[in-house]
Design a protein around this ligand. Structure first.
Ligand SMILES: Cc1cc2nc3c(=O)[nH]c(=O)nc-3n(C[C@H](O)[C@H](O)[C@H](O)COP(=O)(O)OP(=O)(O)OC[C@H]3O[C@@H](n4cnc5c(N)ncnc54)[C@H](O)[C@@H]3O)c2cc1C
Length: 287
């Protein structure tokens, strides 16, 4: 299958723009304030939901948990979401000759049909930004900035980029980074709000959250305000995914899935036929 292409936006600028927009509306943002526990309210008994943080408690009419891959660090939510890592590289700015050989234009994104996802785009300053899966899941859903950089995965990404675009083989890789994203047990994102407890949650975007968060935010606004709308009837509203297995099953299962997807890609590349291993794992994981 040939590469698919889409247009992109700059997610860091989107986040900064959103922060500026909500502050202009009077919202207060508190950074560097880690929430540890989310406590449900009980509308029938007149108690409101609250959040315990390292710096104090916050009580509100509605509390929304939007911690995505980090949700597993909250008390009592260790098995709700698995943090999977996606890693990226960027090349140096490419000369006109290389850009001419590569074709396309900046901002156009691409991927292909492999099971262990890769994705990329040419940036406005003429680099390739290219990323993919393949980093291991860490026991007990651990998350650390150390996991954002893994030489073996970054090197594999550089090799894959050259396979897709041989003209970039001499380009230096100047940036390497990564981060975690949230995956539900059935790979199904969801948005929920429970009026009695005052708690809402959105997430499980499995790496596709840059625009989906916007839909989730607008949907949550309608749910919290009690407004029936087209958004509140969407199929992900109220969806409940099963919890992930306890450790060590979770560790074994998630990493076996990653290894199987990688093996399936190699087998398909050799044989040119769909991998049975991939379809067997797809049935098991819901992916
Ligand atoms: C390398 C990489 C590439 C990606 N590429 C794409 C892409 O091309 N397209 C796409 O759609 N998506 C992509 N994603 C996924 C996308 O970034 C996420 O789906 C999206 O950011 C989810 O938004 P969010 O606001 O729900 O969660 P996040 O952006 O993860 O934000 C969660 C926030 O919660 C805060 N937080 C977490 N725990 C706590 C706590 N206990 N207390 C207080 N605050 C807390 C965090 O600091 C963070 O600010 C990529 C992700 C990675 C890592």
């Amino acid at each position: 299958m040939g590469p698919k292409r889409w247009r992109s936006l700059h997610p860091a600028r989107l986040a900064r723009g959103l922060a500026t927009a909500v502050e202009a509306q009077g919202a207060l943002l508190f950074e560097q304030t880690r929430a540890t526990t989310v406590v449900p309210g009980d509308a029938e008994r007149g108690s409101r939901p609250s959040i315990r943080t390292w710096r104090g408690d916050v009580t509100a009419d509605a509390v929304i948990v939007a911690t995505e891959g980090y949700t597993s660090l909250l008390e009592g939510r260790h098995r709700d979401v698995v943090p999977l890592y996606s890693l990226m590289i960027a090349t140096e700015p490419l000369g006109d000759e290389v850009l001419g050989a590569v074709g396309g234009s900046s901002g156009v994104t691409f991927t292909d049909g492999r099971h262990l996802l890769v994705y990329g785009q040419r940036t406005a300053d003429g680099r390739f930004a290219f990323g993919g899966r393949g980093a291991p899941y860490h026991f007990a859903s651990r998350i650390s900035p150390d996991f954002d950089r893994l030489a073996s995965v970054h090197d594999a990404l550089a090799r894959t980029l050259v396979e897709l675009f041989p003209a970039v083989r001499k380009a230096a890789v100047t940036h390497r980074w990564g981060g975690c994203l949230g995956v539900h047990r059935d790979w199904h994102p969801s948005v929920r709000f429970d009026r009695r407890s005052g708690l809402g949650i959105a997430g499980g975007y499995a790496g596709d959250g840059v625009s989906t968060t916007n839909l989730a935010g607008r949907t949550l606004a309608d749910l919290v305000l009690g407004e029936d709308s087209d958004l509140t009837t969407l199929c992900w509203v109220g969806h409940r995914s099963p919890r992930w297995e306890p450790e060590p099953l979770r560790f074994a299962g998630v990493n076996a899935g990653l290894i199987a997807m990688s093996a399936a890609d190699r087998a398909e590349q050799r044989s040119g036929r769909p991998s049975r291993l991939a379809s067997a794992f797809g049935r098991l994981t819901g992916g």
